[in-house]
Design a protein around this ligand. Structure first.
Ligand SMILES: [Zn+2]
Length: 312
């Protein structure tokens, strides 16, 4: 159920009240449709143009330790007060020029993880916790995006929500912890643009798998999942195009089959995105269908080129 949320910590603080409100909204069939992605009462802030990404369609930004005082810290302190930035959560605003909701994320510090868990949510261990990372891209994350049952509906971009990238495990456990790199979401939005240029009216992409916590990912290691997968760093997604809504990759190359050739067809558009935006370069792999899923393409934004799965 889509739920209007501004700063979700408000909801956490409001506790019982929020539960009551959500309950009544669900029960009232005649209630007006909830506005996903923010409340009209959210503060109006001028969001820096660059935060919308190369696609212009990003709607979130993570407040990292190197956040810019002028464009990230100060406007949010003015809108929410200093204490708000020190607590983990999602700070929703309205962008003054576009009138669109935009979400700043204050991370749950990585140090909150104890024995492989943040709260009760299991995430496991990153390799860099026990040995030197092979490059900056493999450092342990700075922190986690805390996602609740309500905030999972918030849009990270025009066509994607936080919820689409969550690890698909511990279904009853909330909040969940998420890693999601803005460059990945930007790249997926640009892929949608390429699809439209190719005449395919995609209103999004199916995300088979986005972030995978190490504890979840490593259970499948050896069975096609790399132990040091980019999925465990939040800059990878396995995606497919599903305009006809049958839950499986469309027949993109029009040979009346949905198979790895459609994944290869889609991968060519990812190549185009990387040619136009070299700063979003990363891994690209194609996968054939199995009994549990259709064909898909792995896309990541690791910062260096990698390719696999292509027939010779
Ligand atoms: Zn993948």
């Amino acid at each position: 159920m889509p739920v209007p949320i501004s700063a979700h910590r408000t909801l956490r603080a409001a506790g019982l009240l929020a539960v009551v409100l959500l309950g009544s909204a669900a029960g009232a069939a005649s209630a007006p449709a909830a506005t996903v992605g923010g409340l009209r009462s959210d503060p109006v802030v001028t969001v820096s143009d660059s935060f919308f990404g190369r696609s212009g369609r990003l709607r979130y930004r993570i407040l990292r330790s190197d956040a810019d005082p002028a464009t990230e810290v100060e406007p949010l302190i003015q809108a929410f007060g200093e204490a708000a930035l020190e607590r983990p959560g999602i700070l929703s605003v309205y962008d003054s020029s576009s009138g669109e909701p935009f979400h700043f994320v204050s991370l749950v510090p990585f140090a909150e993880k104890q024995n492989g868990r943040v709260g009760v949510y299991r995430v496991g261990r990153w390799p860099a916790e026990v040995r030197r990372p092979r490059s900056d891209a493999y450092r342990a994350p700075e922190g986690f995006i805390e996602v609740t049952e309500a905030t999972k509906e918030l849009h990270v971009s025009t066509h994607f929500t936080f919820g689409q990238f969550l690890t698909k495990d511990q279904h009853e456990v909330w909040p969940k912890m998420l890693l999601l790199d803005e460059r990945l979401v930007d790249k997926l939005e640009l892929l949608i643009s390429e699809l439209r240029l190719a005449g395919i009216r995609a209103e999004g992409l199916g995300v088979l798998s986005g972030f995978r916590s190490p504890q979840y990912n490593n259970r499948g290691a050896g069975g096609g999942r790399a132990r040091d997968s980019r999925h465990t760093y939040g800059d990878a997604a396995d995606v497919y195009v599903d305009v006809n809504g049958d839950g499986r990759m469309d027949d993109l190359n029009r040979d009346r089959k949905s198979d790895i050739r459609d994944a290869i067809w889609l991968s060519k558009l990812v190549e185009k995105v990387e040619q136009k935006y070299p700063e979003l370069v990363g891994g690209l792999g194609v996968y054939r269908a199995t009994g549990v899923h259709g064909p898909f393409v792995h896309v990541d934004a690791r910062g260096e080129r990698a390719r696999w799965g292509f027939p010779r």
